[in-house]
Design a protein around this ligand. Structure first.
Ligand SMILES: [Zn+2]
Length: 95
């Protein structure tokens, strides 16, 4: 799966898919938004941009990385109170 930037641009920029008959067509996004572009097969104006259905392109999904860590560091905090109680005792012993 090698991807070329030029090819991706050619295949996906300004490409729209008819929501009714799934026909692909190249059109100006401005004109699509204004409703000037119709499907040449079924005359529908319901078009969606094609690049929405990109799947499995590796770096395209940043949210899938597992968030490891966060559970570490909690144990071991019990040692702090013991050290506190030993401090006054050491002061008293110096006298
Ligand atoms: Zn159509």
């Amino acid at each position: 799966m090698t991807k070329f930037k030029e090819a991706m641009n050619r295949l996906f920029t300004n490409m729209f898919v008819c929501r009714r008959c799934k026909a692909k067509m190249r059109a100006d996004p401005l004109k699509v938004r204004l409703g000037e572009i119709k499907c040449r097969k079924c005359q529908a104006k319901q078009l969606r941009p094609k690049h929405k259905e990109v799947k499995g392109t590796g770096t395209a999904a940043p949210g899938t990385a597992p968030a490891a860590g966060g559970a570490k560091g909690a144990p071991g905090a019990k040692g702090a109170p013991a050290a506190k109680t030993s401090a006054p005792a050491a002061k008293a012993a110096k006298k």
